[in-house]
Every structure is written in C-alpha cells, then in structure tokens.
Design a protein around this ligand. Structure first.
Ligand SMILES: Cc1cc2nc3c(=O)[nH]c(=O)nc-3n(C[C@H](O)[C@H](O)[C@H](O)COP(=O)(O)OP(=O)(O)OC[C@H]3O[C@@H](n4cnc5c(N)ncnc54)[C@H](O)[C@@H]3O)c2cc1C
Length: 501
C-alpha cells in the first residue's frame, strides 16, 4: 500500500491503516454485524457494535480511516491552516506589523507537516486498535455472494446484519482528453511534492473552493472553473458572493459559466478548451485538480446477489437506513446527500440501534450542519429561504452583518453575516447560514437550538462573552425579541412605567 512520498510519516500511516504484515482472521461462525468499508461510517459502526458485545467483522480494501483521514478532511484542513498562516503574513501590514520582504511558503515543509499530523491521528483508526476493540479486521475487496453472506480475500463471512459503508470518490468530469492528460483528485493532490506553478481547479463546490484558495495562498497561480453561474451552488447567493469577492481580492482567476469541451496537451502545459457565453474559452496550467462532485462506490460489491437496490448515486435506503434487503443497512457517503464525516458518524449510530436492537431511529430526524472551510468560512444548517418556499413554509428571516459585531471589527473580519430563518410567527428555527472566520464553530449553537427545539428567544437569553463573533447569534435573538414588541405590548409597557414613576 504505497503513499507518495514513501517517508517515515506515510510509512507510519500505512502501518496503522493497512499493515503489510496483516493476516486476515479466520471466520469462526456467523457475525452479528459485517461492515463493508472502514471510513467514518464503517469505523463507527464496527467500534460501536463491538463495544456493545456484538461479534463484528470490518472489511476494507485500502486504508482504514477512508477519505476523511487519508484523502479528505484531515489533510485538507492541515493545508488550510498553513495557508491561513501565509495569508496572515501577507496582510500583517493591515495590523501595523511589518514583515521583512521575501517571506515565502516552503511547500515541502507544509506537506511534511500535513503528513506528520495525519500519521499522528492514524492510531485512532488503526487495524491494531480495532483488533483490540474485538473487531475482526479483514483487508480485501468485499463482494456479496448472497443475502447474508459476503466474500473477502477468498473467505466467506456469514452475517445476521450487514452495513454497506463504502463511501464515494471523485466523480470523473467526462471531459474528452482529460484522463489521457492526467489530473489530480483528492486522492492524489495530498501526495504532491512540488507546488504547481499554475493550477486549474475544475468545480467550485466546497472541495474545489477550499483547495483553490489554499493553493493560491501557497503561491500558485490558481484558476477556478465552474460550469454554473455561481460558486458554492448550495449556499445563499450573497454568501457565495462574499467568498467570490474574497477570492478575486486574493488573485484567483474566476471562470464561471464555462463549459469545458476537451483537454489537450501543449508543448509545456495542459490546456482546457471550452466555451463561455457562446464564445470560445481556453486556459493553460501545469496541473488540473478535479472537484466536480462525488461518485458512490457501488462497483464490485455484487449488490445484486444481496438483493440491495442501488444506482449511480449510491445504495437506496429508507428513513431507517435499511436497504431493499432488510438485513442490510447503509451509512455515510454511499447512501446520503449529506457527504460529511459528522453525517456518516451520525448515520452509523442510527444503524447500530436499528440493525442490532430493534431501534426505529430515523435519519430525517437528524439536524446536520455543514461548513466550507474557506476564509471566511460558510456554514449552514436546515432550510434556506428558497427551500422553505418550495415546501410552502412561510419564514421570517433575521440577518446580522458582521460589521455590527465588535469582535469582527477588531479582528478585521467583517466580511460576513449571520442569518436565521424562523417559521413565521414563531421563534422556531428553520435554518441558518453564517459567513465568517469562525462560522463552523458558531453554527454549533444554532444546531443545538434546532436539535433541542429551542427558539431564537432562548438564544437571546443565552449570555455570550464579549467580545466574540458569536455575539452575532445573540444579536439575531435580540432582533427576534424586538419583533415581539408590538404596538399593543409597547403601550402596556409604557402604562406600567408611567405608574412606577
Ligand atoms: C478533500 C475533501 C475534504 C473533505 N473535508 C471534509 C470536512 O472538512 N468535513 C466533513 O465533514 N467532511 C469532509 N469531507 C467528506 C468526508 O471525507 C466524507 O463525507 C466521509 O469520509 C464519508 O465517510 P464514509 O465512511 O461514508 O466513506 P469513506 O470515508 O469514503 O470510506 C469508505 C471506505 O470503503 C472502502 N471501500 C469501498 N469499496 C469497498 C469494497 N468493495 N470492499 C472493501 N472496502 C471498500 C474505501 O476504500 C473506503 O476506505 C471531505 C472530503 C474530501 C474529498
């Protein structure tokens, strides 16, 4: 199992997540639970079931930890942190701090730090740890051979319940010539040893945006190419506009509304050719990074043999995460539109209860926030205004701009806002969007309020330390409280105050 470069950090990572000397156990009877795929969803399912005393097998074909540890959240956030440092240095003058000219990013050192931190986290997901938890860890390609049986590395495992947690991978954009030309995806970009001088990023969703800003901050000339008219298509238009403006200020080339028709090699670079607004468009770079969506890992599982229905978007599940085979469940990216680690974790917990203990937990009851870790961050939970309208739900919307928040002013981080939608005439929260440096952290309070059915009134009563950017959330509560001061209530209050003079 080679990772590039083959240095001591990557060797340590592989020693944890796919040890060369590993011998698969010999199955001894039927398992309570067989879990296929050892990303977040699989690891949480397996560890949870073993902890409850179940006989559990976990099958992984590549590296334990899946995308999050190896090719996703962990390496990307390590690089984002380094990029933030570079950006801080670049704008130090704004704060009256003089940095001697000539500061530069040492890309090799940045990548070495990422590999070191990733390897430092990997013992948590290691084969040895799972063996000690009582899980039978098998390496190999899993393939169903019946409704309650699966094969891996020549062995047949029988199970009472199964969990499919095989995740997703970078979707192929299907651009003629691109495969032959070669491109980077999330599986290869974290193995780069040299900083690309010119990087073309295809796709302006969360992964494309995070990595485009990161590589720009490292010093690459970066162009972000998007088929649609806006970046971060799932986010509110004004949230996406703030990020786009920031990208432009940082010198990213923005190419929206571009249809890429082919990729070709020139003498010294890679070229994308297409059209924009009906006119020819082309761009050259040294490397192309693709982030145009995720494709479910359904191939090779022989799901037909298990009677599990699926399509190109993944495995079909009901609200209790049960597949069309009532003994087999699914969790994580393989079956969800919420392709996030915390969503995979939450779904695995539902599967544990439903598959092993007659639970009736529903995935639709989860309140799942998400965050894109650009600077500023964009965090969201629940409904957007258009989604509410589509469902025929009337909402009241409150927005606080960060330039009204002292801490954001003092930090020089005023580009952003906190917005919450409440069901009309109530303080019950339907959804929220925050754009700001700490948006992901701030969203926790609103998510808790939604989960525990606390309204904006409760948030207004919650005391926030001054000065914090989270005061924006408190101010949302205050805005709501002011709407309760109807002319009638105001008249009553005036009368009381007259009496008490
Ligand atoms: C660049 C990037 C950044 C991200 N950043 C974040 C973030 O900041 N926050 C966040 O919440 N989410 C983030 N994500 C998403 C997150 O990584 C995924 O949502 C999460 O990893 C899903 O977990 P999973 O268990 O469903 O699948 P995966 O992690 O994909 O794991 C599936 C596992 O199944 C294995 N497998 C597949 N087929 C078979 C088979 N036939 N036999 C045996 N094994 C098989 C695979 O090898 C893999 O290890 C990011 C993703 C990317 C790509």
């Amino acid at each position: 199992m080679d990772l590039i470069p083959n240095d001591s950090h990557n060797q340590a990572l592989v020693k944890d997540t796919h040890p060369a000397e590993w011998r698969n156990p010999l199955p001894t009877g039927r398992y309570n639970l067989v879990v296929v795929g050892a990303g977040t969803a699989g690891l949480v399912s397996a560890a949870g079931a073993a902890g409850l005393g179940a006989k559990v097998a976990l099958i992984e074909r590549h590296l334990l930890g899946g995308d999050c540890l190896n090719y996703g959240c962990v390496p990307s956030k390590a690089l984002i942190r380094a990029a933030r440092s570079a950006a801080e240095v670049a704008r130090a003058g704004d704060f009256g701090v003089q940095v001697p000219p000539g500061s530069r990013v040492n890309f090799a050192a940045v990548m070495e730090r990422m590999r070191r931190l990733r390897a430092g986290i990997s013992p948590h997901d290691s084969a040895e740890r799972f063996r000690q938890l009582g899980v039978d860890v098998y390496f190999g390609d899993a393939r169903f051979v019946g409704p309650t049986a699966i094969e891996v590395a020549g062995q047949r495992l029988e199970f009472a319940r199964g969990v499919i947690a095989t995740g997703a991978r970078a979707a192929d954009p299907g651009i003629p010539g691109l495969a032959e030309l070669g491109y980077l995806s999330n599986e290869t970009v974290f193995s780069l040893t040299d900083l690309p001088r010119r990087l073309l990023v295809l796709g302006a969703g969360p992964i494309g945006c995070e990595l485009a800003q990161t590589f720009r901050r490292f010093g690459s000339e970066v162009h972000l190419i998007q088929r649609g008219p806006k970046i971060l298509p799932r986010e509110d238009a004004d949230a996406a506009a703030i990020i786009q403006r920031r990208f432009e200020l940082e010198g990213l080339g923005m190419h929206l509304g571009v249809k890429v028709l082919r990729a070709e090699e020139t003498e010294s670079s890679k070229r994308l050719v297409g059209e924009r607004d009906g006119r020819p468009w082309s761009l050259e770079g040294d490397a192309i990074l693709v982030g145009v969506g995720r494709m479910a890992n359904v191939e090779g599982l022989n799901l037909e043999a298990a009677g599990v229905r699926f399509d190109a978007n993944g495995v079909h599940v009901d609200d209790r995460l049960r597949t069309s085979n009532s003994r087999i469940y699914a969790a994580g990216d393989i079956c969800s539109t919420y392709k996030f680690t915390h969503a995979a974790d939450a779904m695995a917990r539902i599967v544990l209860q439903n598959a092993l203990f007659f639970g009736r937990k529903r995935v639709s009851s989860l309140v799942i926030p998400w965050c894109t870790y650009t600077e500023p961050e964009v965090a969201h939970v629940g409904l957007t205004e258009p989604e509410a309208a589509k469902r025929g739900l009337a909402v009241d919307t409150f927005t606080v701009a960060l330039d009204e928040v002292d801490r954001a002013i003092l930090d020089g981080e005023t580009h952003g806002f906190a917005r919450v939608h409440v069901y009309k005439g109530t303080d019950r929260i339907a959804g929220a969007t925050i754009v700001g440096t700490h948006a992901g952290e701030m969203m926790g309070e609103i998510t808790l309020a939604m989960t525990r059915r606390l309204g904006l009134g409760a948030i207004a009563a919650n005391i926030h330390s001054y000065p914090t950017q989270a005061e924006a959330i408190k101010k949302l509560g205050d805005l709501y409280q002011r709407t309760r001061l109807t002319p009638r209530v105001a008249a009553i209050l005036r009368t009381i105050l007259r009496w008490r003079r």
